[in-house]
Design a protein around this ligand. Structure first.
Ligand code: ADP
Ligand code: ZN
Length: 202
């Protein structure tokens, strides 16, 4: 009887500082201990925060990773899926819609696919394809950070520009911006204000 590999999709979601990279690194390290063939990728867009060629957590732990711009590069860079056991992708929220097909294709070919990413943007809305990926995954781990205001669990990222909450109309992804982010709970999160139609919303 031939042993056919069963692939799967695992998602590690949550806000910034919730430990997604730590968790991704933990899963990759364990797969390497099991002598699995592992390939790690991360979205290029995150290069301004961290080194281009590795996934690193805010605690400083790091593993090597190949930077990608577009989801389909994962398929091109790994070649024959039969030669790979585990594919891990960090910062998956920055990738284009093809990440859904790429993850599905690999899982159908027997690969264990692990995608980590921020599932809500600075407005508290679904980020990129993360919601879709969570829906099609076999396993979803949703992590929370610690609210820097009150110490409760944090499920939101507050974008601050010059110390003030950013406005709703700002782009979701800022390249080279001077903004910073704070992990906050639902109560301490200040929903970004719309620049127009304020009265109509109240
Ligand atoms: P993510 O990938 O989700 O941004 P990381 O794995 O890079 O998270 O970092 C998680 C680590 O960040 C924690 O283990 C902790 O040491 C540190 N950290 C810094 N600020 C916070 C916070 N507000 N809440 C939780 N952890 C924090
Ligand atoms: Zn709070």
């Amino acid at each position: 009887m031939t042993h056919q590999r069963v692939g799967r999709i695992e998602i590690v979601a949550g806000v910034m500082f919730s430990g997604k990279s730590e968790e991704l690194i933990r899963r990759v390290r364990r797969a390497l201990i099991a002598r699995r063939q592992v390939r790690v990728f991360k979205s290029h867009l995150d290069a301004r925060y961290e080194g281009l060629h590795h996934v690193s957590s805010h605690t400083g732990v790091a593993i090597d990773a190949a930077p990608i711009d577009r989801a389909e590069e994962v398929l091109r860079l790994i070649g024959d899926p039969d030669t790979v056991d585990v594919v891990a992708v960090d910062e998956a929220q920055f990738l284009d819609g093809a990440i859904v097909e790429v993850a599905t294709h690999l899982a159908e070919r027997g690969v264990r696919v692990i995608c980590a990413g921020t599932d809500t943007d600075f407005r508290g809305e679904p980020f990129g394809m993360m919601g879709h990926l969570m829906a099609i995954a076999e396993d979803v781990t949703k992590l929370q950070a610690i609210c820097v205001r009150c110490g409760d669990l944090a499920s939101r990222n507050q974008r601050l520009v010059n110390g003030e909450p950013a406005h709703w109309n700002m782009p979701v992804v800022l390249v080279g911006g001077s903004e910073s982010y704070e992990a906050r709970c639902r109560r301490c999160f200040q929903v970004p204000r719309q620049d127009t139609d304020q009265v109509a919303l109240l």
